[in-house]
Write a protein that binds this ligand. Sequence first.
Ligand code: F6R
Length: 238
Amino acid sequence: MEIIYASNYEEMSRKAAIAIAQQVIKKPTSVLGFATGSTPLRTYEMLSEYHRLGIVDFSSINTFNLDEYVGLSSDHPQSYSFFMYKNLFYQIQLDPNRIHIPSGTASDLSKERADYEEAIQSLGGIDFQLLGLGPNGHIGFNEPGTQLNSITHVVSLSQETIKANSRFFTKLEEVPKKAITMGIKTIMNNRKILLLVSGEKKAEIIRRALSGPINEEIPASVLQLHPNATVVIDQSIL
Ligand code: F6R
């Protein structure tokens, strides 16, 4: 695992945007995995700018998002689908047929999770996965205690995650209690992983994830075993 320190959020974001742009330039048909949340926002702005400048052509990529809240439709302003279209997909004018986000409103969630795994396989797997880190060590919505061999599944969000994510909702009670997420094994199968670490309350958890034992209590710790993982840490949070 490669660990890179960036002096601040801006530099972390630039390193991530450049790595993703290089991936797309090297392989225009790349399958990219994306995350939502505060951490990748500036990275997405930079990718949008590369598109506007005409220096990166995203028209042939396919994308898979990590997760979605159960119960929120794609046009709900707090859904992860809405977030992705607003902050990246509209900006880079990506054909919706190339965009894959698990549906939080599917009538049969068990089928939805199986279909999602199958869709990833049918496009040959994910070349490059961007990840953020939860303050409790989660990746995707794989909360502490999630089996390390899990594939796409429905999870009950921890109180800590519900509280952390309530900043995007008007009331704590509005935060969905469940989500559908790529599993840890699904994430580990992705060929390249880039974990971005920035934001409040991440200093202690990233230290434990990178240098502590690998176990289910800190899902991100499993990334120590990934053969092609890079972590970019915004040093200003340490
Ligand atoms: C988002 C996701 C989560 C976030 C994590 C960090 O799709 O899967 O794991 O990456 O909760 O969120 P922020 O970046 O808001 O601190």
